[in-house]
Unconditional design. Structure first.
Length: 377
């Protein structure tokens, strides 16, 4: 009996030692990186942000001015501004061969994986399958799937989408839409969400996420703390959700809470302002109350917090873009999505660290989360 206990105790000690060494490897990797290398991991950019021939306005236009490959000039920019991720839009996704070549070029930019992101929700927000050059299945919308009441259908949809995203070189899908579609006057969510019932939405979100995961694609729950009951659109400007935290827990937070229990890797935060939760009037993007007190501490979320696009009206109409990125990092965001004027924002964040506004410890916390997800141990 003593011998068995000794062997068991020894195995536990060895396991703990291996776990500890793994953590140290991640920490030492972050510590061995330069500040600019670390900061780069905290940005997901449009590929056009690397092309010096485009103006800032051209970079952020929805149509036209699209990078279809990575040029030598873009590689040079990347050496100085090494983004950890790139997001592709229809103007970058022309046909299957070109897309595979582009994603291969992006993956080759860095020895630390440069993740490639896309909004492929199924339904109206779809970047790949609605391109006729790809000849892929197209889903009407997620509400139609939710109305079946069958999570297996959502799972199969996730697997279908995950399968072709993997084939074309993507790593992260900004889906599922974990919002609860409770407001018929909502101008932006609607049938992108699975259900107006939070528990039904939670089941469908989980099934879809697992379908993506089965094909080797990371999913991302969005838009915390919930965009389904707003009457305005954060793409266009200021958007308020006038609910208490208790009310949010009874509806909007249910899908996110269920996902967190299943160890989801990414949550996208919205630019919604929740004055009854954070009286400061800060949007979720800058809210320590929502990101640290609620999402990290109360809900015990340990994965990556990524902002919604920082080129959206709720940010650009109200805040300086570079300062917005700084405030978001201070609030607890790990990744800044589509900073407006990437190089200027990058330099401003670096300056904020060097001047002590942002501690390097705070940067390391986010970089360690990112490196763990990327498998850099």
């Amino acid at each position: 009996m003593k011998k068995i206990l000794f062997i068991t105790s020894s195995l536990i000690s060895i396991f703990c030692l291996i776990s500890c060494l793994s953590c140290r490897k991640v920490e030492s990797k972050a510590e061995s990186m330069s500040l600019r290398e670390k900061l780069g991991q905290m940005f997901v950019i449009r590929p056009e942000s690397l092309d010096p021939s485009y103006s800032v306005t051209e970079v952020h236009q929805t149509y036209g001015y699209g990078s279809e490959f990575i040029s030598p000039e873009m590689i040079e920019t990347y050496k100085n501004y090494p983004a950890g991720g790139v997001i592709l839009f229809p103007k970058n996704i022309i046909n299957p061969e070109q897309t595979k070549n582009l994603t291969s070029q992006i993956h080759a930019l860095n020895t630390i994986p440069t993740f490639i992101y896309v909004d492929e929700e199924g339904g109206p927000v779809t970047r790949v399958s609605r391109n006729p050059e790809f000849n892929l299945p197209v889903f009407k919308d997620m509400k139609t799937i939710g109305e079946t009441g069958d999570p297996e259908i959502a799972y199969r949809a996730g697997r279908t989408i995950g399968s072709y995203l993997k084939e074309y070189g993507f790593d992260v899908d900004f889906a599922p839409v974990a919002d609860v579609d409770t407001n018929p006057d909502n101008p932006i969510i609607g049938r992108r969400a699975f259900s107006s019932n939070p528990n039904q939405a939670a089941k469908m979100d989980s099934a879809f996420y697992k379908g993506l995961k089965a094909e080797g694609i990371f999913g991302c729950y969005k838009h915390f703390p919930g965009h389904g009951d707003t009457q305005t659109d954060t793409h266009k400007g200021y958007t308020e959700l006038n609910k208490s935290w208790k009310e949010l827990l009874e509806c909007e937070i249910i899908p996110f809470k269920a996902g967190i229990a299943e160890k989801i890797n990414f949550i996208m935060i919205s630019h919604i302002t929740c004055p009854k939760v954070d009286p400061s009037g800060n949007p979720t993007t800058f809210s320590k109350v929502l990101l640290q007190d609620k999402l990290r501490k109360e809900l015990k979320y340990e994965g990556i917090i990524i902002t919604d696009s920082m080129e959206m009206g709720a940010i650009l109409n109200e805040f300086d873009p570079a300062e917005a990125a700084i405030q978001s990092i201070l609030a607890g965001a790990d990744i800044i999505l589509i900073p407006y004027n990437y190089t200027k924002t990058f330099d401003a964040v670096e300056k904020a660290v060097k001047e002590g506004r942002i501690s390097e410890k705070r940067i390391n916390e986010s970089v360690n989360r990112i490196l763990k997800i990327k498998g850099v141990l």
